[in-house]
Structures are given as structure tokens and as C-alpha cells.
Design a protein around this ligand. Structure first.
Ligand code: NAD
Length: 432
């Protein structure tokens, strides 16, 4: 997959301006001026924190790493967004990702704004002890400007529940040192924590399952009556891809292809995601039967009903978009379709369920984790899923209705709803 070439933040701003052009007519009189001020404000994050984190490496040398936290907007609630550990992290990237988090929170109506953070590092180059020191240094950096009612970080690319556990612990120590006590439950400052440390039931599967709830609404709208007639190809068989595949297969959908970074497995009669995972755990590969292996290009071009990119960003590009034959693309990865490829898909009449909607099950369950931490009362697995389902299904239904009302793409419809909600809140608050 190709590395992003243009500025991600410039792309986020361009999207915002396109949405604004469609929304502006519905704001008249004084509201028109406020609307313009709100859009102008939303072009840039509220603040971007940047620092050099210095840690002692195992060999005794000192090394520094550039770290960021971008806080885009908090009109609808505390800033919310993950922390990424990756060599490609940049100020531009965290600014764009924090903007998209503002929209993602608004899509399912959870009371958060948007933020994102990261460190320029390849965690594979660090020992566990170094990783812990770096995670703790990051927690100390953000401690003055995060908190349950301020900004709530979470895992993102290459960050885990273990890393959140270290960060919570460091944040608690910081609070005790600076205030002598806790201002509020520090557990509610970070989500994506392990279950033992205030994590939520259902979080692991929430993103994939949320995508399947979206698929169920889609079937109703498309008139697809029998799940067994709906074929699905999934790129990526990690957390998101596996849980999407499993919950889809359990509901009778026909998952015909899955892939990881090494292999693509295809079986026209339908796969058992559980069996594939067992094979992968046992052998390191999705399959040992070479007759079932196809190429990565072939996966994208399969004649299926639904294609699910669930691996990395920029998977569908100008080069391969014209080969796609699926009727629908459900973007479970973040940013899997480049803007140019998006136009090709639209011209081909392929419906795209955008990432901010399709994978919002993850942040929605993070919200549930925060609620449970704040109330100190924990829900069962079934309770969590029963709360996730209506939010995801309503978000998809709203986007569909907006698409029909405004005669725009589902991506644009989703953004229209999200941006309108943020703008209206800014106006209500009198911030613009
Ligand atoms: P993961 O690391 O668990 O899995 C990624 C999968 O993609 C792995 O199976 C890997 O082998 C595969 N992969 C990597 N390169 C590939 C390639 N070139 N072709 C095919 N497969 C490839 O990651 P994840 O948590 O499942 O996240 C996947 C995507 O979903 C990311 O874009 C992430 O930002 C997004 N996302 C994840 C969550 C979440 O809750 N985990 C929430 C929202 C969005």
C-alpha cells in the first residue's frame, strides 16, 4: 500500500469545505455569519501540543522522540482520540486524524469532540522496558491537558491495552505529585484499557461487530433479503477483519475471501473465520492449501457483493479502483480509499460506507468504557453489545436518509450530519 503523498490535513480541510458548501443554505440571517465562523474555526485544531520525549535506553544512552497531541474541537464534549506509535507519525497527520475524530464522535452521537496523538517511533525497535518508559513519558507530557472531562486518549496503531495501563498508572502518579490527590477517577482518562484495569467487555470485537450492524441495515436498504446470498471479501484479518468476518458468518453471510499481509484465502462456498484463525494460529498462515490462494489484486477485483478493506490506509487507489467489482465497499480501516479512488468508485456506482461511520463501533465502546469508569459500575458483555447495536444502526439509517434527501454520496451524507451537529453546538454555545 502506498504512503500518503499529499497533506492529510489539507484533505481534511478540503472535505470540510465541500460539506460546508452543501450545508450553508440552511443557515440564514445571523446564523449565516455564525456558520461561516464555525467552519473557519473547524479548519484548524484548537491546539496542537508538541514535545521531545527523552528516555534512557537499556544501554544507558539517552534518546529523544518527537511526540504530539492534537486537540481539534470539544464543542460536543471532551476531546477524544487515540495515540499512535509509528515512524510515519507527523504533525500534519495528527491534525487530520483529530479532525476526523470530531466527525466520528458526532456520527453516532456520543458526547465527545476529536483529538489524536502520536510518537514518531517504530516500537519494534524498543525493548518492553523502553516501550514502558516511552509510554510513561508520553503520559506525563499529556497529563496537564488530558482528563475525563478534558481529553480522553485511547489505543491506535501499535498501541495496546498494556500501554494504556502504563499511561493510566503514570497519570495517577502525576496527579498525586501535583495535587496530592485525584481530581476525579483517573481510570476514565484513558480508554482501551485491559479488563482488569477498568476496560469494557466487548471492546475487542466492537469495531468489527459495529460494521456488521451497519451491514444489516444496508441489506434492508438494498433489498438483500437472504444473508446467505450476500458474498463478502475482507482485506485484513487482524482485530477488525476477524471480528467482522466472524459476526458476519454467524449471521449467515457468505465470507468468501480473507487476507493478511502475506496471503489471500478464497473459497467460493464460504469460509469459517474461526477455522481460519485456528489455522493461522497453528501455522502462521491463513491456509496451507495453495489451491485456495489468490493474489492481493484478485481479492480487490472479486465479483462479490461487499468488499471490506480492514487493513491499512490507502488500500484502494487510482491504480486499482477501476478493477473493483463489488456492489458495496464497507470501509472498516481508517482512510482505506484515496480521494481520487473515491471518485472512480462513485462513477462506477459502487456504494461506499465511509470509515467514520463503518468503524465507529470502536470509539462508541470506548465511550461505554468511560461511562462505566465514571459510574464505577460495570456492564455485562450482553449489555454492552445491546447498547452498541442501536447506536450503530441509527447512525447508518440517518446517513442513508440524508443521502436520499440530499442526493449525495453516503460519505458526504455522513459528513453532512456530523459537521452540522458540531456547527450547531458551537452556535448554541455562543463560541462563534
Ligand atoms: P491489526 O493490526 O489487528 O490487523 C491488521 C491486519 O491487516 C492484519 O491481519 C495484517 O496482516 C493485515 N494487513 C497488513 N497489511 C496488509 C496488506 N497489505 N494486505 C492485506 N492485509 C494486510 O489492526 P486492526 O486493529 O484490525 O485495524 C485495522 C484497521 O482498522 C486500521 O486502519 C485501524 O486504524 C482501523 N480501526 C481499528 C479499530 C480497532 O478498534 N482496532 C477501530 C477503528 C479503526
Amino acid at each position: 500500500m502506498k504512503k500518503k503523498q499529499s497533506s492529510a490535513h489539507a484533505h481534511a480541510v478540503e472535505q470540510l469545505l465541500q460539506v460546508a458548501a452543501l450545508l450553508r443554505d440552511s443557515y440564514v440571517g445571523d446564523k449565516e455569519v455564525q456558520f461561516d465562523a464555525a467552519i473557519n474555526k473547524l479548519r484548524e485544531p484548537d491546539q496542537v501540543h508538541e514535545t521531545e520525549l527523552q528516555i534512557t535506553m537499556d544501554d544507558g544512552t539517552e534518546k529523544s522522540f518527537t511526540a504530539y497531541r492534537s486537540q481539534h474541537d470539544n464543542a460536543r464534549g471532551p476531546y477524544k482520540g487515540g495515540i499512535r506509535f509509528h515512524p510515519n507519525v507527523s504533525k500534519d497527520e495528527v491534525m487530520a486524524l483529530s479532525t476526523w475524530m470530531t466527525w466520528k464522535s458526532a456520527v453516532t452521537g456520543i458526547p465527545y469532540g476529536g483529538s489524536k496523538g502520536g510518537i514518531i517511533v517504530d516500537p519494534r525497535d524498543l525493548s518492553m522496558a523502553e516501550l514502558q518508559r516511552l509510554s510513561r513519558a508520553y503520559a506525563r507530557f499529556v497529563a496537564p491537558f488530558v482528563g475525563p472531562w478534558v481529553d480522553v486518549p485511547a489505543p491506535d496503531v501499535n498501541t495496546t491495552g498494556q500501554i494504556m495501563a502504563w499511561m493510566v498508572d503514570e497519570y495517577e502518579q502525576y496527579q498525586q505529585e501535583t495535587m496530592g490527590t485525584f481530581s476525579e477517577n483517573p481510570l476514565a482518562t484513558f480508554t482501551g484499557k485491559p479488563l482488569e484495569l477498568g476496560g469494557s467487555q466487548g471492546r475487542e470485537e466492537a469495531t468489527g461487530l459495529g460494521g456488521v450492524y451497519v451491514l444489516e441495515i444496508l441489506c434492508k436498504k438494498m433489498g438483500w433479503k437472504k444473508p446467505n446470498d450476500v458474498t463478502i471479501a475482507i482485506q485484513g484479518f487482524g482485530n477488525v477483519g476477524y471480528w467482522f468476518a466472524l459476526h458476519a458468518a454467524e449471521r449467515g453471510f457468505k465470507v468468501v475471501a480473507v487476507s493478511d499481509s502475506k496471503q489471500v484465502l478464497y473459497d467460493a462456498t464460504g469460509l469459517s473465520p474461526r477455522d481460519v484463525l485456528a489455522t493461522k494460529k497453528r501455522t502462521g498462515s491463513l491456509t496451507e492449501d495453495s489451491s485456495q490462494v489468490i493474489s492481493a489484486e484478485e481479492l480487490l477485483a472479486l465479483d462479490v457483493d461487499v468488499l471490506v478493506p480492514a487493513a491499512l490506509e490507502n488500500a484502494i487507489t487510482l491504480e486499482n479502483a477501476s478493477t473493483i467489482n463489488a456492489k458495496v465497499v464497507i470501509e472498516m480501516a481508517n482512510g482505506p480509499t484515496t480521494p481520487e479512488a473515491d471518485i472512480v468508485l462513485e462513477n462506477k456506482g459502487i456504494l461506499v460506507v465511509p470509515d467514520v461511520l463503518a468503524n465507529a463501533g470502536g470509539v462508541t465502546t470506548s465511550y461505554f468504557e468511560w461511562v462505566q469508569n465514571l459510574q464505577g459500575y460495570y456492564w455485562s458483555h450482553a449489555e454492552v453489545l445491546s447498547k452498541l447495536e442501536p447506536l450503530m444502526k441509527q447512525a447508518m439509517t440517518d446517513a442513508w436518509d440524508m443521502q436520499e434527501l440530499k442526493q449525495v454520496s453516503l460519505r458526504m451524507a455522513t459528513y453532512l450530519k456530523a459537521v452540522k451537529s458540531v456547527v450547531d453546538t458551537l452556535i448554541l454555545r455562543g463560541r462563534v
